[in-house]
Design a protein around this ligand. Structure first.
Ligand SMILES: O=C(O)CCC(=O)C(=O)O
Ligand SMILES: [Fe+2]
Length: 319
């Protein structure tokens, strides 16, 4: 597989598949300060779970949204970082509609709405990180197309192709997707596909060069994985790096390995999209995960809604 590629989207050309697309000046109609205010006003007292990494140990803790956003995120640092990724609090506010209305049309035309309700991925995930916060190195579920808009702060991204070489390097752990006790996403009752995560942290350490020169980390190149703990990670392929600036939305193949590092306190949202371009890929993922009969070209030629109903019906029956 060749190197991953990146395009800066002009706003007119069609969005190329299998490519990282960078939309600059996106979500302009969304006033950043009122997003923060709306969140805190409408959901500030709700309990949220956040991820804390301290001395390499990962823990999950809970606090109110206001406490996380106003107290914990501003004091986060590389050695003791805080990341909030929550799909429930935004759903309790009027922000979902405001964000989706301000989204580029490409992201709004989403066929996931045709999935049975219990199997619909949540439309919007709030992503707020303190300095030094990092997501897991992971592959999103269902081979969907992911999108991620950043309203405040700077975030470094690193992408790798999902090749056998990287499977060997990152030693994936499955993260099944389906219906669970916790609703869509956490799958214990009916699984229709999977994502993957790795224990490797690509951003575990500042490189010797950055440390010696007292450089403020400004992108992925300032970091390296903890090779002492994960020597197999040295065997990975070349990567694609991007530093996301406020106002940028990234659209990317969710089946690429990816991990983020929050270079400064951030506020943003993540979502996913299903459309005629990736329908075959997503339904193909579900067909192979559930062991359903492969489709021929005629079947793939059907109207998207009919295809979705058919494949999802069979997937549920197969469980
Ligand atoms: O924004 C982040 O820190 C991680 C988001 C992510 O993994 C995604 O949007 O798929
Ligand atoms: Fe992701």
């Amino acid at each position: 597989m060749g190197a991953l590629s990146k395009q800066i989207w002009s706003g007119t050309a069609p969005i190329a598949k299998d490519c990282l697309t960078v939309l600059t000046n996106s979500f302009q109609q969304l006033p950043v300060s009122s997003c923060r205010e709306m969140l805190l006003e409408q959901a500030g007292s709700r309990q949220v779970e956040y991820k804390r990494v301290a001395q390499g140990e990962v823990g999950i803790a809970a606090a109110t949204l206001t406490h996380v956003m106003c107290e914990l995120l501003p004091t986060s640092c590389h050695e003791s970082s805080v990341l909030l990724m929550d799909e429930n609090v935004v759903a309790a506010t009027s922000l979902v509609d405001a964000v989706l209305e301000a989204a580029p049309p490409y992201l709004r035309d989403d066929l996931f709405g045709e999935f049975p309700r219990m199997l619909q991925p949540s439309q919007l995930c709030l992503v707020a990180g303190g300095r030094g916060a990092r997501s897991d190195l992971h592959i999103d579920p269902l081979s969907w197309t992911g999108w991620n808009c950043l309203l405040e702060g700077r975030k470094a991204w690193r992408f790798y192709p999902d090749t056998p070489q990287n499977t060997e390097a990152f030693r994936p752990l499955g993260r099944p997707f389906g219906i669970g006790k916790g609703g869509a996403g956490s799958a214990q009752l009916c699984t229709i596909g999977t994502g993957w995560r790795s224990e490797v942290d690509l951003f575990a350490q500042l490189t010797t060069h950055s440390r010696l020169n007292d450089k403020v980390p400004d992108g992925s190149a300032s970091f390296q994985a903890d090779f002492g703990r994960f020597p197999h990670a040295r065997g990975c392929t070349v990567c694609l790096d991007h530093v996301q600036e406020a106002g940028e939305t990234l659209i990317f193949p969710g089946h690429w390995w990816h991990q983020t590092y929050h270079l400064s306190p951030t506020l943003g949202f993540a979502g996913q999209v299903l459309n005629s371009e990736n329908l075959r890929q997503v339904l193909g993922h579900i067909i192979s995960w559930c062991g359903l009969e492969a489709r021929d070209e005629v079947a793939w030629g059907q109207e998207p809604r009919a295809l979705i109903a058919q494949v999802l019906g069979e997937a549920i029956d197969s469980f």
